[in-house]
Design a protein around this ligand. Structure first.
Ligand code: GDP
Ligand code: IMO
Ligand code: MG
Length: 427
């Protein structure tokens, strides 16, 4: 009854989509447990490239059942258009299951996301503008709308009216915007009900029964550890828990059932949006990583900020997630550097610090302490075993493994499914 969690060990975009897809053929269920269509997961199958936002990457594996868990926030318009887009490309989406307890992103949540960011001005978070924060805020505030509410018009109307009574005051008085009409929102949401009805079920019951029957369940995180609302670089974070604990609350599967937690770790570091980033590069090395790595956001098209590998962050991810393995991605992007700096610790106000400072002020002051590792120039994209990597690439991987505190069980050497070196099996 293996249950595995696969999550981002940095600030997102580590290559989770590719890693999930790779495992998709051997697992029975792939479950998204948090986040929403702020995610952008790229999967390359042969010459076909897919950009998934809300759907679990397992949707591309015919035998696998994709599940949207209770912890996810669902924009029904985006969901239906993503399903349509895949169906047009011949992907069977009929197996999808959606938790009735997942919360809905409505047009007023996306509006609130955008006006709040504008209001913050230069203090903005740099959100994806998809309504994620306001939807989770409503959930915690107990004024959210859930998927199951689509099927009871009278409850839906009461809840939308209650939520808008308060929001319209804020929109009009604080942001100088026109009020949003409850009738219009209810009508739009009711329009989705019949299209979604057959997908909706008690996913918690189903997943626990699947584990009882020895099925393999894979939990696919969105975003990453440092974007976690509790464990990330708050307030420059997303509004959910991408860390391993989120897989339990976001699905209703208990922690004792989870056997393996795999951290997806890029061989360097990227970040989208505002917030501290100690190893960020502002020179031609940063530009080179961005260009060779194709570091442009899948969701918002923004250039990703790029920097060297940060072992302090990797160690932190191992700790807060209880990682059992790493999947190191994009090693191929580092080909061609004579020497590769790796951040092994920080200097904070003249002191050396080996662990992530818990204080926001200290983290903002953290300067990377670099160790130089020798680079390689050989093309590694066709390597199938660890031994086929150049000696210096092997040494780079081994050094990262030692610094990061968990075994590197797979290495990505290209975006395709088969461009992977598997060292230890995940199952
Ligand atoms: P996710 O959000 O974690 O799923 O990652 P994204 O899809 O946003 O960004 C990762 C990018 O790296 C995508 O364009 C992937 O196709 C690509 N990718 C994943 N693994 C590798 C790898 O090992 N090498 C290279 N060159 N690209 C990779
Ligand atoms: P995947 O799953 C990278 C970032 C945004 C912003 C912050 C808050 O593809 O790795 P939000 O819209 O969530 O309220 O924005 O989080 N962010 C991501 N950065 N990858 C993602 O997803 C992200 N999802 C959100 O840029 O800084
Ligand atoms: Mg992404």
């Amino acid at each position: 009854m293996p249950a595995l969690v696969l999550l981002g060990a940095q600030w997102g975009d580590e290559g989770k989509g590719k890693a999930t897809d790779l495992l998709g053929g051997s697992v029975d269920y792939v479950v998204r447990y948090q986040g929403g269509n702020n995610a952008g997961h790229t999967v390359v199958v042969g010459d076909q490239k897919y950009a998934l936002h809300l759907l679990p990457s397992g949707i591309l594996s015919p035998e696998c059942v994709p599940v949207i868990g209770n912890g996810v926030v669902v924009d029904p318009a985006v969901l239906l258009s993503e399903l349509d887009g895949l169906a047009q490309r011949g992907v069977d989406t009929s197996k999808l299951l959606i938790s009735g307890n997942a919360h809905l992103i409505t047009p007023y949540h996306t509006t609130m996301d955008k006006v709040t960011e504008r209001f913050l001005g230069k203090r903005k978070i740099g959100t994806t503008g998809r309504g994620i924060g306001p939807t989770y805020a409503d959930k915690i505030n107990r004024v959210g709308i859930r998927v199951q509410d689509l099927f009871d018009e009278s409850i839906l109307r009461q809840k939308v009216e209650a939520a808008l009574d308060q929001k319209n005051q804020v929109l009009a008085k604080l942001y100088n915007r026109r009020a949003i009409l409850a009738d219009q929102v209810v009508e739009e949401l009711l329009g989705y009900a019949d299209k979604l009805r057959d997908y909706v079920c008690d996913t918690t019951l189903l997943l626990n029964e699947a584990l009882d029957q020895d099925k393999v369940v894979l939990f696919e995180g969105g975003q990453g550890t440092l974007l976690d609302v509790d464990h990330g670089t708050y307030p420059f974070v997303t509004s959910s828990n991408p860390t391993a604990g989120g897989a339990c609350t976001g699905s209703g599967v208990g922690p004792t059932r989870i056997n393996r937690v795999i951290g997806i770790l890029k061989a360097y570091t990227t970040r989208v949006g505002a917030g501290p980033f100690p190893t960020e590069l502002f020179d031609e090395d940063g530009e080179k990583l961005r260009t060779i790595g194709g570091e442009r956001g899948v969701t918002t098209g923004r250039d990703r900020r790029c920097g060297w590998f940060d072992a302090v962050i990797a160690r932190y991810a191992t700790r807060v997630n209880g990682l059992t393995d790493f999947f190191l991605t994009k090693l191929d992007v580092l080909t061609g550097w004579e020497q590769i700096p790796v951040c092994v610790a920080y200097e904070v106000d003249g002191r050396r610090v080996d662990e992530l400072p818990y204080s926001q002020t200290d983290f903002h002051h953290a300067k990377p302490v670099y160790e130089m590792l020798p680079g390689w120039s050989e093309d590694i994209s066709r390597a199938k075993t660890f031994e086929e990597l150049p000696k210096n690439a092997q040494a780079y991987v081994k050094a990262l493994e030692e610094m990061s505190g968990a075994p590197i069980s797979a290495i990505g050497v290209g975006p395709g499914r088969d461009e992977t070196i598997q060292i230890n099996s995940f199952l």
